[in-house]
Design a protein around this ligand. Structure first.
Ligand code: XLS
Ligand code: NI
Ligand code: NI
Length: 437
């Protein structure tokens, strides 16, 4: 069988002093952190679209990458070679999971029936490669945003025929995800949003989105798919306004439509910053509401301001992310999917390894630092103390709904001006810095 990455052998852990670019310095899959191995805690996944289908194109020019798996002139042969290259990459990198869109793994044909037959063929191969390598599917998803039929959205399209097409596509994508034993299925809004309100019935489009998601829940039950359904928020791009703007908007939508029990959130770092939040904020919001499901691990560039999908390297961000994820109980069905692409000038296949090795090490460091902060209770004590007024007396009466406005007025008239306490922001920032090393 053809080897697609002949210059790279199995990536191993060599420790922080290693200078081998093809080795992990911090990610040691079997090492235990807070009682579980790093592999179990981090649940790394490689995404198919950027890593194997990405071309390096940008709005100002076409692709720059020439991949050995793209060499054949035949579309289906390319799909087969790409799948082989992907599993060689997963195995050499030592990740446990992968993620794909239906159209990444098999090219669309002239009819839905033929497209689905192509998918079945590739999924059969993927099933075997999964068995051979032990690599599992973290989640599957549908690309219902690239084809021109979806230019005005999929489930929020003004045309019911396009809604039907998207439904047929999601039906099939859920079925193949189920067949491959996927532990989740993602709905990213694609073009579910609008360019101008002047031609848009926003109320109706939102109702259609809810109907579509209900149908997906019904189909999941019908086929016995036990994986978790996720929604991935994003505020803008490609549309001017995407309906799944941020985690709070998604949560409100789910609650309103009685879907909160059926969906969790797949939080993407770059989408958080596009929405004007930090990655940490979005994770903490989900954790607080019991909807933290999975993560698309990447980063944006605040100077550019679009979805640059760079590989995560910032140890502060990975530490804060893991701090929230660990305190929320860690991943169950979810994981850290590198929805990230190498830069346009990173044209060699080896660059794909450098990108993932750095990102995995960045998260491994974040995990270890966060675990230490938690073990020491370094920030916990300060937060606990700050809210301790709620544990007894007045605070407990308010939380227990024993005191209403009348009682609180009586209390205030009697006790006068409340004492103020320092928020100690500089102190907590120093504590964090002491742990990041
Ligand atoms: C695009 C999204 C997309 C989803 C999967 O911005 O991040 O890649 O993760 O459709
Ligand atoms: Ni994503
Ligand atoms: Ni993105």
């Amino acid at each position: 069988m053809q080897e697609f990455f002949p210059n790279v052998k199995q990536i191993k852990f060599e420790g922080p002093d290693s200078r081998n670019p093809f080795a992990f310095k911090h990610y040691n899959s079997g090492e235990k952190v807070l009682g579980k191995t790093m592999g179990e805690r981090l649940r790394f996944a490689v995404c198919y679209w950027h890593t194997f289908k990405g071309t390096g194109s940008d709005p100002f020019g076409p692709g720059t990458f020439i991949r050995p798996w793209d060499a054949s002139g035949d579309e289906m042969k390319v799909a087969e070679m790409t799948l082989q290259a992907a599993f060689e990459f997963f195995s050499k990198l030592g990740v446990g999971f992968w993620c794909f869109h239906d159209r990444d793994i098999a090219p669309e044909a002239d009819s839905l029936a033929e497209t689905n037959a192509r998918l079945d063929k590739i999924v059969g191969m993927a099933e075997k490669l999964q068995d051979d390598t032990g690599v599992k599917l973290l989640w599957g998803t549908t690309n219902a945003f690239s084809h021109r039929r979806f230019m005005a959205g999929a489930s929020t399209n003004p045309s019911p025929a396009v809604f039907a097409y998207a439904a047929s596509q999601v039906k099939k994508a859920m079925e193949i995800t189920h067949r491959l034993g996927g532990s989740g299925y993602v709905f990213w809004g694609g073009r579910e949003g609008y360019e101008t309100l002047l031609n848009t019935n926003l109320k109706r489009e939102l109702e259609h989105l809810a109907i579509f998601l209900r149908m997906a829940v019904d189909h999941k039950k019908k086929i016995g798919f036990g994986g978790q359904l996720y929604i991935e928020p994003k505020p803008k791009e490609p549309t001017t306004h995407q309906y799944d703007f941020d985690c709070a908007a998604v949560y409100g939508f789910l609650i309103k439509n009685g879907l909160a029990g059926d969906f969790k959130v797949n939080v993407e770092a770059n989408h958080a910053t596009l929405a004007g939040h930090t990655f940490h904020h979005e994770l903490e919001f989900c954790a607080a509401n019991g909807i933290l499901g999975s993560v698309d691990a990447n980063r944006g560039d605040l100077l550019l301001g679009w979805d640059t999908d760079q590989f995560p390297t910032n140890i502060y961000d990975t530490t804060l992310a893991m701090y929230t994820i660990l305190r929320a109980g860690g991943f169950t069905t979810g994981g850290l999917n590198f929805d990230a692409k190498v830069r346009r000038q990173s044209v060699d296949v080896e660059d794909l390894f450098h990108a993932h090795i750095g990102a995995m090490d960045a998260f491994a460091r974040g995990l270890k630092i966060a675990a230490k902060i938690i073990e020491d209770g370094a920030l916990d004590q300060i937060v606990k103390q700050r809210y301790s007024g709620w544990d007894s007396g007045l605070g407990a009466d308010i939380e227990g709904r024993k005191a209403g406005f009348d009682e609180l007025e009586t209390y205030t008239l009697k006790n006068g001006e409340p004492a103020v306490q320092s928020g100690r922001q500089e102190l907590v920032e120093n504590v964090l810095n002491e742990y990041i090393r």
